[in-house]
Design a protein around this ligand. Structure first.
Ligand code: HEM
Ligand code: HEM
Length: 154
């Protein structure tokens, strides 16, 4: 099967290869975070529907919105713009995003059940930081495509 390959050069001059139909690196980890979040979020949604208790729906909502929607958008961006994965920033971005998610969801549950808001506050600051980092990734510069070809997969 032919694999569509593109070679990009980042603003810093490093060369990146993208195989059009394969998601790799930080993009793949964001997508894995997304699908794990939405699987858990949908099971939680079905559990809420079945029990008739919608009390924790904001936590379910933000698991889906920050875990699935936001991370899937990050994943697609890193895939479509492979030079965005340049340097250590995307790895920090992934770590901050996953930490924020892990804190904010139980944090919202705790806030809703009167067990304090500290975790929710910490999680929300990390989620905001994640978006700030992403803004820098998006704004840091446009890649230049060096070459594009369809190659035969080995
Ligand atoms: C199997 C899939 C899902 C089920 C069964 C489900 C179920 C539910 C239920 C029962 C509620 C509470 C509704 C209420 O009390 O008014 C809710 C709220 C919500 N869900 Fe889901 N959900 C699912 C997937 C998703 C996904 C994938 C997303 C986002 C991408 C999402 C976003 C939301 C949001 C934003 C709310 C809050 C709505 C509001 O407060 O007005 N849900 N969901
Ligand atoms: C730092 C991140 C975020 C914080 C701290 C935050 C906080 C909140 C709060 C306090 C509410 C009101 C909940 C209630 O009245 O029960 C809310 C509702 C909502 N937020 Fe967020 N949010 C964040 C990110 C997002 C993102 C990224 C999306 C969409 C992609 C989103 C979509 C919504 C929606 C649809 C609602 C209404 C549904 C609901 O009441 O649960 N939020 N959010």
């Amino acid at each position: 099967m032919p694999v569509f390959q593109e070679i990009y050069r980042s603003p810093a001059g490093r060369v990146f290869q993208k195989k059009g139909n394969i998601m790799t690196g930080v993009a793949r980890y964001f997508m894995i975070t997304g699908v794990l979040s939405v699987l858990a979020g949908m099971i939680w949604g079905i559990q809420m529907s079945a029990s008739g208790d919608h009390g924790l729906s904001p936590a379910h909502a933000h698991l889906n919105l920050l875990g699935w929607v936001t991370c899937a958008i990050y994943a697609v961006y890193y895939h479509v713009v492979p030079t965005a994965s340049d340097g250590p920033v995307p790895v920090v971005h992934l770590a901050v995003t996953v930490s924020g998610l892990i804190l904010i969801v139980p944090g919202i549950v705790m806030a809703l059940t009167g067990q304090g808001e500290t975790l929710a506050k910490l999680g929300s600051v990390l989620c905001l930081l994640s978006m700030v980092i992403f803004s820098f990734v998006v704004l840091k510069g446009a890649p230049s495509r060096v070459s594009s070809q369809a190659a035969k997969a080995s």
